[in-house]
Design a protein around this ligand. Structure first.
Ligand code: MN
Length: 270
């Protein structure tokens, strides 16, 4: 069974634009069954800082609540829409448990999302979600039964990574490919599919992996990104094993976007 979740969690970036983005994405889902996960809009909660994470209590409460929804529904395929990148953590934790670790995650993102809390200059959780799903208890935010194995992570499209994030990639054994890596190998998608040993793949798509000239409606755009057709190529190449897709960091555009429409059709057909 497939389920569609909209998680407008904005606290990771302390930025309401992703909350508003989730609201706008719902318009693309008209006529479909989906669940909107509960999220606080209380800005005062952002002043609570624990474990070097801002908005810790609100994040912890929302992540537990999202995780409870997932466990109760027990879907085997998930299409999720954010919200900030951090809103994807309960989905990945759930799928990792559901498939007993037999899950690879392809993380498409201009940023690493790989900071440990104490390495983060901002203490904002949206810079940490990929690291958190590889950590025993998501730094106190969510208790995990089986965390994601770094050797099951493929980061693609990164071009604005912190020193500590590069160091983590080097030490952890996770794979990371740049836009240049993708373009310099005609068989890139074929090759990464050969590399993936698990039976199941989840794709986390932070829209800022796309070049701002192709898609600007995201809070932290970075030049030199993938083109929409290249992102599409990566998505389609995984379809045999794909059991989930997440679309994150969407900022309201105020008008219909063709590529978002295409992505939402793809996710809805999982
Ligand atoms: Mn991100």
């Amino acid at each position: 069974m497939k389920k569609i979740y909209v998680n407008p969690q904005w606290q990771g970036g302390a930025d309401f634009s992703t909350y508003a983005g989730a609201e706008e994405l719902k318009e693309y889902l008209a006529g479909q069954d989906f669940v909107t996960l509960p999220v606080s809009t209380d800005e005062a909660e952002m002043t609570v800082r624990k474990n070097s994470i801002k908005g810790f209590d609100a994040l912890r409460r929302q992540m537990h609540s999202a995780y409870d929804y997932l466990r109760a529904d027990a879907p085997d395929r998930i299409f999720s829409l954010g919200g900030g990148c951090d809103a994807d953590v309960p989905v990945i934790v759930y799928l990792c448990e559901k498939y007993r670790g037999d899950l690879s995650v392809i993380w498409l993102d201009a940023h690493g999302d790989l900071n440990a809390p104490e390495e983060s200059a901002s203490s904002l959780f949206y810079g940490m979600p990929l690291r958190a799903v590889m950590h025993d208890n998501c730094y106190g935010l969510l208790e995990i039964r089986s965390h994601l194995n770094p050797s099951h992570v493929l980061h693609i499209g990164g071009r604005d990574l912190d020193t500590a994030e590069k160091e983590f990639i080097r030490k952890s054994g996770m794979a990371a490919y740049t836009v240049q890596d993708y373009r310099s190998d005609k068989d890139f998608t074929h090759r990464i599919m050969q590399e993936i040993q698990t039976k199941h793949i989840y794709i986390h798509l932070d829209l800022d992996v796309i070049d701002p000239a192709d898609f600007p409606n995201t809070p932290l755009p970075v030049d030199g990104g993938l083109h929409c057709n290249e992102v599409w190529d990566i998505l389609r190449s995984t379809s045999d094993k794909l059991i989930g897709l997440g679309i994150y960091e969407y900022m309201p555009a105020g008008e219909q976007d063709k590529f978002i429409e295409k992505l939402i059709q793809f996710g809805s057909a999982l």
